[in-house]
Design a protein around this ligand. Sequence first.
Ligand SMILES: [Zn+2]
Length: 429
Amino acid sequence: MPALVIVAERLIDGTGRDPVERAAVVIENGLITSAGARASLTFPAGAEVLEDEDLTLLPGFMDMHVHLASSGTNLVRVLMTPPSLALLNSVPNCARTLAAGVTTVRDAGHTPVGVRLASEAGYFPAPRMELAVSLLSQTGGHGDDLMPCGARVGLTMGVDVPHGVVDGVDGMRRKVREVLHAGADWIKLCTSGGVLSPGDFPDHAQFSIEEIRVAVEEAAVVGKRVMAHAMSPAGIRNALIAGVTTIEHGCLLDEEGIALMKEKGAYLVPTLVAPGDVIDGAKAGGGGLPPEMIEKAERIVGRHRAAVSAAIAAGVKVAMGTDAAVGPHGTNLRELGLMVRCGMTPMQAIVASTTVPAELLRRADLGALEPGRLADVVAVRGDPLADIDSLAKPEHIRLVIKEGRVARDFRGSSLAAHSSSGSSPRAAS
Ligand SMILES: [Zn+2]
């Protein structure tokens, strides 16, 4: 690959340092080799130089909670979608996510490892991904797909995704091993009820501390960690005591939970857009969700934002996540505007979407525009520090580069497929 140079009005490196005016980033062999003030950089001979009006350079964004193989919350639509189509929907879902400037995701369940293997083989453009594969839930819990009518809605795609309902310490140990065998990078547990589950409420705790602890232990044996869908104070507390790494949603996080998060060094992944997306989806999709689920979402929005605001004010580590699938894929960066409305500065929201997730994933090679890191670079029109919501406008995302390859180019505004290496998918390791 020839060297690539992107020249811009300003550069925000993702570390929280002040922006650099009249900047550039130099990319060689998939790595950033230099970044900073244009005048201080030497461009390699023969490099391709890209430049446009009023651009800001940023690291590729990282969304720590998506569901790439799921598309929307309309239950009727789910019932009428064959598993093979549901799985293939992850192809456009991945493309939209990448085109939005999100170059890395953590998938919180229902996406089989084949999606990652196929994208790594270059079959379709996609963000880099770590997967939870299954979503583990107690019987009757948030992830139990048995509907009141007696039908299973097949939230698990039936393709390489172990069924996630599990009870008891021994059951959990075996189930976690099964999910790890299916290629999971993370173990996802539901330690509270939720909005889109018919039989429970967000205020309920689910799984015992002993069940959660054995999941954490089994994952740790192979160097992996646990993420917990946790809304209720007790569900959050149990998860933290048992040693999970991230609290997803955290809608009803209280003072005790905030203190425990800080003590444990756990991360909050707020998914602030999700409850509103449930409500919007129900309105736009002509129904498809029973009124009691919409009511649950409506009841939680205000409490959710208050809880996240309190966590931000207290200095809890926050990593950006959206629950994309509940809302449309590729609209991930709306979350930054909501994080700012919950008390972050625009710079903090950018850091929470770049270097904080990189630290969460223990990927020192991602997250910042610094020499030696992988070249995940996004160029947006305008200054996101002046207008954070501009990031959510697709026309503002002008250039997306993942590991040195251009995935979206403002000159054609088209999404180029990765050139296939012609190799077969890498086997699950
Ligand atoms: Zn989710």
